[in-house]
Design a protein. Structure first.
Lengths: 250, 261
């Protein structure tokens, strides 16, 4: 995927810092995601990947740094403006985070309740839910409860929920963690097909090298809270750097 | 030096928690009147909290009235004062025992349930998912639950009191051969507005306290599944203490306004 770097990035982090007490997790992390691009951020467990993605959507407050989504600095936005901006972002959580007390249909309808009119979406809830479930091949699960779904199905429903407002950017937090290799492949293929269909930009946080190999346009390796190296998968596997080699060999 | 140091840190954490819960309550009052309103979720919570507590409240109330009457009977008989039984039982239950016991039972059932539910939603990132989808989870989860407990507790307490009086009437009917009609005539003669109104007003505060503490503990839960257990447990312990404090204040205020003899 060749993206136009002359256009402003849809998502940008500059010198992001975040500490928990004495432990400085992010020490000035930078990132730019361009229109239609699939960017993978890799790093060991505890390297600050999830903290970074949570700062990005305002679930955590960064200590320092700039976070821009579609050119708007989210740290300067009020709650209402931030909520509206969040409708342009789909977020797939590591553990799916489906609402236990709601059916699949209600899970998918939930984000529509307050934003459908604001976003001028004309389709009915039923149409939107069916379209989203059709994208992930789970229309038959519409009236099931999350407890009745397998791990892979939950991840697909969560992906459908992330897509329901037709966001321009999708953030994936460890999309294949905890899944068997076959289901992981299904999820990765699904992510690719969605990206092709809706022309979304995607930021994927993972330590799954296979996932990065198949789907990424570009990879950033996050080590000790900073960008260690950046490039395509082919560039990184050819790197002589021992840290990069150790990561890709594992 | 370990003792004073521990005392110091515990005192600080106690006052920090008081500050946090006060801020949480303040946020509730800020959000409760601000649209959009979550009526459907409020009704669902009222159903969950009210309807699903009915059996527990009825059984507790019935046994409360039954036991209270059975235990008091011999003492009153000793003084030849069995006829005072309906008025004594009704005033005790309506003013004090009914609201406090039913509220404590509800703190166990509802408070711990809210703490565990919101706690598990927090640790499984469901609350984060709501926030990311542009919905205000505080309004959807917290405001609805606190309003529901505040509205439902008085109804549950009125029901519990009524069933307790019925339990007492059953004992009087079986042991003292007092008719139900006579028993309830005596009850209504004995009860004054000054007994019913303060008890009803304080039951709104009991409901608010149960909802507030349960939501606070669950919403701010951390430390994984261990944290969920702790949130649920702490919700019951803190609420129980708070109920007695509210009860003490309510009795004090009632004494000023209604000049209880």
């Amino acid at each position: 995927m060749k993206e136009d770097r002359t256009i402003a990035p849809v998502l940008e982090l500059r010198a992001l810092k975040k500490s928990f007490g004495e432990n400085q997790v992010l020490k000035g992390f930078d990132l730019q995601l361009h229109e239609g691009e699939i960017l993978v951020v890799m790093g060991k467990s505890g390297s600050g990947k999830s903290v970074m993605i949570k700062c990005l959507v305002g679930l955590m407050q960064a200590d320092e740094g700039v976070i821009r989504i579609k050119g708007r600095n989210i740290t300067e936005l009020g709650q209402t403006e931030l909520d509206i901006l969040r409708t342009e972002i789909g977020f797939l959580f590591q553990g799916s985070a489906l609402y236990d007390s709601m059916t699949v249909r209600e899970n998918l309808e939930f984000p529509l309740r307050h934003h459908k009119e604001k976003l001028n979406i004309t389709e009915t809830n039923e149409q939107l839910v069916l379209e989203a479930l059709d994208n992930v091949g789970l229309v038959e699960a519409i009236d099931l409860m999350p407890a009745e779904l397998s791990g892979g199905m939950k991840r697909r429903v969560a992906l459908a929920r992330a897509l329901i407002l037709k966001p321009r950017i999708i953030l994936y937090d460890e999309p294949t963690t905890g899944l068997d290799p076959i289901t992981s492949k299904e999820i990765i293929n699904l992510m690719r097909s969605i990206q092709k269909k809706y022309r979304t930009s995607a930021l994927i946080i993972t330590h799954d090298v296979d996932c990065a190999r198949v789907i990424s346009d570009r990879i950033i390796l996050l080590v000790d809270g900073v960008n260690y190296i950046e490039g395509t998968y082919q560039e990184l596997i050819r790197s002589d750097d021992p840290k990069v080699q150790a990561f890709f060999k594992t | 030096m370990k003792g004073p140091e521990t005392l110091r840190s515990r005192t600080i954490s106690f006052f920090t928690e008081i500050g946090e819960i006060s801020y949480f309550a303040l946020r509730f009052f800020r959000e409760v009147f601000r649209p959009p309103y979550e009526f459907r979720e409020l009704i669902r919570q009222c159903y969950n909290i009210g309807n699903r507590s009915l059996l527990l409240v009825c059984v507790t109330g019935f046994i409360l009235g039954l036991v209270f009457t059975l235990q008091s009977r011999p003492t009153l008989m000793e003084f030849g004062a069995e006829s005072w039984m309906p008025s004594m039982v009704s005033i005790s239950i309506v003013r004090e025992i009914g609201p406090v016991i039913i509220a404590l039972i509800c703190a166990g059932r509802i408070g711990s349930g809210i703490g565990a539910e919101l706690g598990s939603m927090r640790v499984t990132e469901q609350i984060d998912a709501m926030e990311v989808s542009g919905t205000n989870p505080f309004k959807y989860l917290v405001v609805t639950r606190i309003v529901a407990t505040t509205l439902m507790l008085p109804l549950l307490i009125i029901l519990g009191d009524t069933v307790a009086l019925f339990g007492s009437a059953v004992v009087e009917n079986l042991k003292g051969e007092v008719s139900y009609q006579l028993y309830f005539n005596e009850v209504f003669d004995a009860l004054q507005y000054s007994d019913i109104i303060p008890a009803t007003v304080k039951s709104f505060f009991f409901g608010f306290a149960i909802g507030l503490v349960g939501c606070f503990k669950g919403y701010n839960c951390s430390k994984g599944t261990v944290g969920v257990g702790e949130a649920s447990n702490a919700a019951v312990v803190y609420t129980s203490m708070l109920l007695f404090i509210i009860d003490f204040i309510a009795v004090f205020v009632t004494d000023i306004f209604f000049e209880v003899q």
